[in-house]
Design a protein around this ligand. Structure first.
Ligand SMILES: [Zn+2]
Ligand SMILES: [Zn+2]
Length: 379
């Protein structure tokens, strides 16, 4: 018996990775007791035990929860459901707009499940994995980049989604639509290249040497050199190691400046036992990992990540200069510096580099494989 349980727990994540449909908790965390759905593209149906309500393209359905019951009205006809109601696509390319009462409407792909619990409703968008990936990429990356860059983001977002499918298991869906998982405002609305990029890289994920999905960390701009995972987090990872990067050097987020009143800066240093105040100090002159870890005083040191968080700096790569009034931080990059540098990747794509080369530049010793072949490769 024990053997079977062990085997099942091994097989379960694999079964999830082969998942073609993702359940996303949308409008997650809002308090809603009902709203309105419009069939914005194609027809939708609501199947009950006895018959079917049809919502033709352009028509709408109103629904409201009362305790565990949920009542839906379409064209003057009403039906009551217990706990769950599904608006199902009647075709392969359908979209619905959803407006929970009092909130702004958003448009989504595929099916919608509505659950009633204590008079509140929970919305779960059940959609094709690649459409989900495209929705995330547009919500998180914006609509102004090349298709090749969107392929890079698609693979990162797909890899992340598939390694986090158990996050909201208790709530009845895989992932929420907020920063906690990955932001998804709905369908791709501003650039169709994003949808093409998701399908042109269909099923491709990044795995490490042991064929495990990687933690595909990324940040806005590394300032010229990415850093090892353990510089920022507690664990090292074989594929998250610092690499030089010249592609991001002249991009939007490559430089920043911040000034701090000299008194505040001096007392901060004193509090941490650092009394050494050279006229100018450069944390990035060697660009090595060691140099980026510590700000060194006479006998003690402060971690650069702590300086960054205390003074709300954009990165840990900076020069400090001082005069009688202020300490001036002149920095490079934006973000934690681990994994893929987004502005470097954007520039590589603009220069004509293809997505596998871009991914292999920032993630060390990884493989790009079809998620459905993961168990094959593991054997
Ligand atoms: Zn979440
Ligand atoms: Zn970079």
């Amino acid at each position: 018996m024990r053997k079977w349980i062990a085997l099942l727990s091994l097989l379960f994540p694999l079964a999830l990775i082969a998942q073609d449909v993702i359940k996303v908790g949308i409008f997650a965390g809002i308090k809603s007791n009902g709203g309105k759905l419009v069939a914005s593209k194609g027809d939708y149906i609501v199947v009950s035990e006895r018959d079917t309500l049809v919502i033709r393209e352009g028509q709408s359905a109103d629904f409201r929860a009362n305790g565990e019951e949920i009542r839906v009205t379409v064209n003057g006809r009403s039906k009551t459901f217990h706990r769950k109601l599904t608006f199902r696509i009647n075709g392969w390319d359908c979209e619905f707009s959803l407006q929970p009462s009092g909130l702004k409407q958003r448009t989504y792909y595929d099916n919608l499940n509505v659950y009633a619990k204590n008079g509140r409703v929970i919305y779960v968008n059940e959609l094709d994995l690649e459409k989900y990936v495209a929705g995330v990429v547009e919500s998180e990356a914006g609509a102004q980049y090349t298709k090749e860059y969107y392929k890079v983001q698609s693979i990162i977002s797909r890899t992340y989604a598939l390694s986090n499918l158990q996050r909201h298991q208790k709530e009845g869906f895989h992932l929420c639509d907020k920063v906690h998982c990955q932001v998804m405002f709905g369908k791709v609305s501003y650039n169709d290249d994003i949808l093409f990029a998701a399908y042109e890289t269909q099923n491709q994920v990044l795995v490490d040497q042991d064929i495990n999905l990687i933690t595909a960390a990324f940040h806005s701009n590394c300032g010229g050199h990415t850093v090892n995972a353990e510089t920022v987090w507690s664990n090292s990872l074989t594929y998250l190691v610092g690499v030089p990067d010249t592609f991001c050097l002249n991009m939007k987020q490559s430089h920043w400046e911040k000034k701090v009143p000299i008194g505040e800066w001096e007392s901060y240093l004193k509090e941490h036992g650092c009394t050494l105040l050279p006229d100018s100090l450069d944390t990035s002159d060697t660009l090595g990992v060691e140099a980026r870890e510590f700000f060194r005083g006479d006998s003690t040191s402060i971690r650069l990540v702590d300086i960054r968080s205390k003074w709300k700096l954009r990165s840990t790569s900076f020069v400090i200069e001082q005069d009688d009034t202020h300490a001036y931080f002149k920095g490079r990059g934006f973000g934690h510096g681990v994994g893929l540098c987004q502005e470097g990747a954007i520039h590589m794509a603009e220069l004509g580099h293809l997505y596998p080369e871009i991914l292999h530049t920032y993630y060390t010793d990884v493989h790009l494989i079809d998620r459905k072949l993961i168990d094959f490769f593991r054997e």
